[in-house]
Structure formats: structure tokens, C-alpha cells
Design a protein around this ligand. Structure first.
Ligand code: NAD
Ligand code: WQD
Length: 340
């Protein structure tokens, strides 16, 4: 199958590009490298032993995107490109709507021109409201609490309306929980710019000596030990989830949402214990107050993905800790020096 990936040089996109190449698909990557390095693509080529095309294009550049899709003529597009930092999306709200919503609209128009009718979209568990307790099934109320989350909920709606607007279109909306870990080779991984927002990259930088200590945000949540509880999903499992979604989307003429998570909640303290046991490294940390906007617990109901995609997580959190540490150790500056 011919698959075009927007944002294919990013953290999840690069692992998915590798999985698609290994599964024998022909891929093309579109990325403007706003949050990634082109070096990633050469590492994916080396790991897979296969070549593939790539173009440095901004998805908001409708003309360039349309020309690219018209030339490659994909059977399916996997749409990762976008901005993803919850806190940044508050002061930068309009920019988030421009890129995430506006970029998706130019993508759908380019797909129409290229007669591509199948789309897999990177959505997020952050769209779920938290008035009702987890686990969150796909029909759980949608109530995002940040501009970032609202861009994801709006794109889900736009894609659903795009599918309904003409025959033979299909879409899968993948709601990722908390992606962690790296390819076991240590050649590709998460390379955040500046101070990491997320727990696992912060832990890795503390252990690597780049940050002094982890601040554990809150110990008074209604969770087994009071620290925040999340559903951490290995990025290699996520990549496999896209292969399963690709098989599914090619046979559907509807829009369907699926959670990609493990179904198991893990607290921050448990992450630290698992990391230390898996790697033998100590994570310096200190308990502080809650981070504004955080929820106590977010865990996926994964029954629908198992039933309809035939997919479930296989890797453990210990695997994710080890592979993440392997990536960090081998690449102390990520893909190269940039703004820290
Ligand atoms: P990432 O930032 O590593 O990857 C996104 C890629 O898109 C980057 O390579 C970036 O350069 C590219 N990009 C950004 N704006 C672009 C534009 N205008 N034109 C072309 N390319 C552009 O992020 P990721 O963690 O790999 O996430 C991928 C997708 O999954 C995003 O849509 C994100 O919102 C979603 N998601 C991520 C997480 C997570 O925690 N990582 C969780 C849920 C959902
Ligand atoms: C996990 C846990 C923190 C950092 C965010 C987005 C979500 C999705 C994934 C894109 C929480 C605690 C964290 C730290 C800590 N991304 N923590 N110290 O907040 O679940 O989700 O990323 O869609 O939309 O909101 O992930 O990794 O930031 O936090 O104690 O330095 O770790 O409080 O309990 P989160 P996270």
C-alpha cells in the first residue's frame, strides 16, 4: 500500500514510518521539521534497509501539499503533523487552530484532489472529559479542557463530516494515551526541544544529568499512592496500532474512533520504581504541589481496539523505560544540538 505520513519525522511518526516500511508498505513523509530533525529519516532508512521519499512541506501550504499528494497518489494518509503542547496552546491558541485545524483542512482538500479517500488521524485522550471516572471508552463524553484538546476534538468532527460527505471515504481516529519508550535499537526516540513537558523525557534527562531532579506534581490525588495515574503506551505498540488501523480503514466507509492504550493505570511513583528497577539508575525527585490543569487519573478502555482492530499492547512499561534510557544514553543531545 502507498501511505503518506504528515509529521512522519516526529516521535510517533518516525516509529510508525519504520513499522510501515518493515511491513512492506511504500511510504512518503511530509514534514516541515518545526519539531523534528531531518536526520530522523536517514536513521529510519538505515534501520529498515529501505529508501522512501520525503518533502519539507508545511501542511498549511495547501498548494505544495496538493502537488505532493497528486504526485505520490497515496492509498491512505496518516496525519500526525501538528502542535501538541497543552500549556503552550493557551497563549498560542490561534496558532494551534491554524496549524492543527487549518492544516487538516488543507490536507483533506489535497486528498480530494488526489482522490485519496482513507485517513488515519492522531487524536488524543486529552479530548475526554473527566467528570466521570476512568477507564474512558470511546463513547465517553468529549470535553477537552485546553485549546490543544479542542483542536483535536474539532478535527475529529471535521474528518467525520468529510467521510459522510461522499461515498467510499473512511477514517480512523486514534486517541493515544501517554506514549513512552523508543525503538529498541536506540537509533530513534523522543527528542523534545527545551524543557520537556512530559514525565518520561524529563525522567530521562534527570538520569542523564541534564536536569537536577524531577518534580512530582501532587501526592494527594484519589489514586493508589496519591500521585497522578496515566496509561503509558509503548511507542512501538502505538506504531503497530497504525498498521492495524491501516488494514481496518481500507475496508471501512465510516469514521471510527479507537483508544490506543494499555488499559492499565500507572502512578508517577510506580513509573519511577519501574524505571529504577529496569535500568538500575536512581531518579532524583521531589514531591511538589499539583500542576494546574492536571487530572488525577486517565486510563483507556481498550476493548474496542482489541475487538475491531485485533490490536492490543504487548510491551511492558519496563520495556519502555529500558528502550527510552537506551535512546537517551546513545543520543545525549537527541538528533543534534538545538535550543535546550
Ligand atoms: P512530534 O512533535 O514529535 O511530531 C509532529 C511532527 O509534525 C513533527 O515532526 C513536526 O515537525 C511536524 N509538524 C508540525 N507542524 C507541521 C506543519 N505545519 N507542517 C508539517 N509538519 C509539521 O509529536 P508526536 O509526539 O510524534 O505526536 C504526533 C501526533 O500525535 C500529534 O498530532 C500529536 O498531537 C498527537 N499526540 C501525541 C501525543 C504525545 O504525547 N506524544 C499524545 C496524543 C496525541
Ligand atoms: C504524566 C504524569 C503529571 C511531568 C500530556 C497531554 C496529553 C498527551 C500526553 C498529547 C502526570 C506527572 C509530569 C513532571 C510529573 N499529549 N508529571 N512531573 O499530562 O497525562 O498528558 O501528554 O495529546 O494531551 O496533556 O502527560 O507526561 O505531562 O504527565 O509529576 O515533570 O506525570 O502530573 O500525572 P499528561 P505528562
Amino acid at each position: 500500500m502507498k501511505v503518506l505520513l504528515t509529521g512522519g519525522a516526529g516521535y510517533i511518526g518516525s516509529h510508525t514510518t519504520l513499522a510501515l516500511l518493515r511491513a512492506g508498505h511504500d511510504v512518503f513523509v511530509v514534514d516541515n521539521h518545526r519539531n523534528s530533525s531531518p536526520v530522523v529519516l536517514d536513521r529510519v532508512r538505515a534501520l529498515s534497509g529501505r529508501d522512501f521519499g520525503a518533502a519539507e512541506i508545511d501542511i498549511c501550504d495547501a498548494g505544495a501539499l496538493a502537488a505532493c499528494l497528486a504526485a505520490f497518489r497515496p492509498d491512505c494518509v496518516i496525519h500526525f503533523a501538528g502542535l501538541k503542547a497543552v500549556a503552550e496552546s493557551i497563549p498560542e491558541a490561534v496558532e494551534y487552530y491554524r496549524v492543527n485545524v487549518g492544516g487538516t483542512i488543507s490536507l483533506l482538500q489535497a486528498m480530494d484532489l488526489a482522490e485519496c479517500r482513507k485517513l488515519i488521524f492522531s487524536s488524543s485522550a486529552t479530548i475526554y472529559g473527566t467528570a466521570l471516572p476512568p477507564p474512558f471508552a470511546e463513547d465517553h463524553p468529549i470535553a477537552p479542557s485546553s485549546p490543544y484538546g479542542r483542536t483535536k476534538a474539532q478535527v475529529e468532527q471535521i474528518v467525520t463530516d468529510w467521510v459522510a460527505a461522499a461515498d467510499h471515504r473512511g477514517a480512523v481516529l486514534l486517541r493515544y494515551f501517554n506514549p513512552v519508550g523508543a525503538d529498541p535499537s536506540g537509533q530513534i526516540g523522543e527528542d523534545p526541544r527545551g524543557i520537556p513537558n512530559n514525565l518520561m523525557p524529563y525522567v530521562l534527562q534527570v538520569v542523564a544529568g541534564r536536569r537536577e531532579e524531577l518534580l512530582v506534581f501532587g501526592d494527594d490525588y484519589d489514586t493508589p499512592d496519591g500521585s497522578g495515574e496515566r496509561d503509558y503506551i509503548h511507542v512501538v505498540d502505538l506504531a503497530r496500532g497504525h498498521i492495524a488501523a491501516l488494514d481496518y480503514v481500507m475496508t471501512t466507509e465510516a469514521s471510527a474512533a479507537f483508544n490506543l492504550g494499555t488499559g492499565r493505570g500507572v502512578t508517577v511513583r510506580e513509573v519511577l520504581r519501574t524505571f529504577e528497577a529496569a535500568t538500575g539508575c536512581t531518579v532524583a525527585h521531589r514531591i511538589v504541589g499539583r500542576r494546574p490543569g492536571d487530572v488525577g487519573s486517565s486510563v483507556a478502555d481498550v476493548a474496542k481496539a482489541a475487538r475491531l482492530l485485533g490490536w492490543c499492547a504487548q510491551e511492558t512499561l519496563a520495556d519502555a523505560c529500558l528502550s527510552g534510557w537506551n535512546w537517551q544514553r546513545r543520543n545525549p543531545d537527541g538528533y543534534g544540538p538545538h535550543d535546550r
